[in-house]
Design a protein around this ligand. Structure first.
Ligand code: ADP
Ligand code: MG
Ligand code: ZN
Length: 477
């Protein structure tokens, strides 16, 4: 019997707006509790919400990028439930008329295997506040700052089949939201959270099994762990013929188990009703293009374009790791002699310098034109690798042109071919015994001789050239 795990995700992405969704309170993480609130987001009687256009624009932008169907009309609904972090007693969400239907997200799993994951819908809703438990004092405090912060909920169809796929989906979606600049994707701060719906069935042709929902996963690792545990729990119950209950569960990090939080509520429980205080949203044809702006090319599309230019798939993946880095590489492309060489230098050297210096890509002072100039010098043999690394190190941090910096650092012309040949001649004369050993098949001495040669030329010889010349000299001696 091959059990099949079925997963659908509900992802909540906090939209990068200045203000909350229905009032003008600022959206800011880490502020003093209860300082970013007003009668609207606190649900005082008579206080009326007004839609923040920016939130809708970001949702629409995401819908376009994910190929959702975007109806010209959408509207808000009240979703009723009682919880201390929800002072209104209901959440303004969307029910029958969401921002978008359908759409898909491309994912990549191990071995570079790619697949499209179908979406059910995307809709807007407001966030709730946060309970802060103080177990030592036996009390819980409430911070309402997050009340009314705009969220975009992205719901997949039940088409994911493993923890690996679910994690790959969330990663890919996070990258896309970041490229679109609609969500910062910071899971630790809760800007991106995910509910996992999971069931197990005895085979792909069986009807879907009873599902449980694990709430609020805020790290990839936790999500993977929780899914693996829950899938096993379902599988075991199924094998033993036990009945599973539709439940909402929590992942207990300490004990590495899921625990029941409550029985699963149904749509009826929420008593959804059209939100009477907000008019329907009507998007007139031709009115949104300017507001939404041009969509950036997304990570997978960029990777494919780059690999066609000869960039390795590993480097392409790294370069598409953030929009700033991808844009940097794209700015270099028209200037550099070779896309592959440029990708190498950025991935191996520029990123290493930025990492060591604690700098972001935006802070990198090595301009694309200077990287291009450096690559041309390297190609022409006018600087050697070690010198180029020195230049990257200095300019990435301090700025400047390659030419000026070469002078400033006193980087000399590399040792020419004749001088390398001279150095090799005297080296071999000095180490006759090693030459004999090399000729009788001991190839290990080659590395030693290269080291000696590097010293003799003070690191100013192009090593590839030097190694070729040394090999020739050893053979012909
Ligand atoms: P809610 O959780 O609010 O009741 P939905 O009914 O829209 O919302 O379902 C939410 C998620 O559950 C979706 O991602 C959907 O794909 C997934 N889902 C629905 N049925 C199953 C099932 N039997 N097994 C796994 N996932 C499911
Ligand atoms: Mg749900
Ligand atoms: Zn407010």
């Amino acid at each position: 019997m091959t059990m099949e795990c079925v997963i659908g995700l509900e992802v909540h992405a906090q939209l990068k707006t200045q203000h909350k969704m229905f009032c003008v309170c600022p959206v800011r993480f880490g502020a003093t509790p209860n300082t970013l609130i007003c009668p609207v987001c606190m649900g005082h009687p008579g206080a009326l919400p007004r839609l923040n256009r920016e939130a809708f624009v970001l949702a629409w932008r995401t819908g376009l990028a994910l190929n959702c169907e975007l109806p010209p009309h959408s509207r808000f609904a009240r979703k009723h439930y009682m919880y201390p972090d929800l002072p209104k007693g209901y959440q303004i969400s969307q029910h029958k008329h969401p921002v978008g239907w359908g759409g898909q997200v491309e994912i990549e799993t191990s071995g570079g295997h790619r697949r499209f994951i179908a979406l059910e819908r995307i809709h807007l809703e407001e966030d709730a506040g946060q309970l802060i438990h103080e177990p030592e004092e036996g009390i819980s405090n409430i911070d309402y700052n997050r009340c009314g912060v705009p969220l975009l909920e992205i719901v997949t169809k039940p088409v994911l089949r493993s923890a690996e796929e679910a994690v790959a989906f969330l990663r890919s979606l996070r990258d896309i939201l970041r490229f679109l600049d609609v969500c910062d994707g910071n899971m630790q701060e809760g800007s991106l959270r995910c509910d996992v719906n999971l069931s197990v069935r005895k085979g792909p042709d069986e009807p879907l099994g009873v599902r449980t929902e694990i709430k609020n996963m805020n790290s990839f690792r936790l999500m993977g762990d929780a899914i693996r545990y829950e899938a096993q729990r379902h599988g075991k119950a199924l094998e033993e013929g036990l009945l599973l209950e539709p439940e909402t569960r929590l992942w207990d990090v300490e004990r590495q188990v899921t625990r029941v939080m409550r029985k699963k509520e149904t749509a009826q429980d929420y008593r959804y009703m059209p939100e009477p205080d907000l008019p329907p949203i009507v998007v007139e044809e031709g009115s949104w293009e300017a507001a939404v702006g041009a969509l950036p090319e997304l990570p997978f599309a960029r990777r494919d374009r780059w690999t066609e230019l000869g960039v390795s798939s590993h480097d392409a993946k790294t370069l598409a790791g953030s929009k700033a880095l991808a844009d940097y590489f794209d700015a270099c492309l028209p200037l550099v002699p070779s896309a592959k060489a440029a990708s190498h230098w950025i991935v191996r050297d520029v990123l290493r310098v930025l990492h060591n210096e604690g700098l972001t890509v935006e802070e990198c002072k090595l301009l694309p034109a200077e990287l291009a100039a450096l690559l041309s010098l390297l190609e022409g043999g006018e600087v050697v690798r070690g010198q180029a690394q020195e230049l990257v190190q200095f300019i990435a941090v301090n700025g400047g042109t390659i030419e000026d910096t070469r002078q400033l650092l006193g980087i000399e012309e590399p040792v020419g071919q004749d001088a390398i040949a001279d150095a090799i001649a005297s080296l071999l004369a000095e180490h006759d015994e090693l030459v004999q050993r090399f000729r009788s098949g001991d190839s290990k001495v080659f590395g030693f001789l290269m080291g000696q040669l590097r010293e003799a030329t003070q690191g100013k010889a192009a090593m590839q050239q030097a190694s070729k010349l040394l090999r020739e000299a050893l053979r012909s001696k």
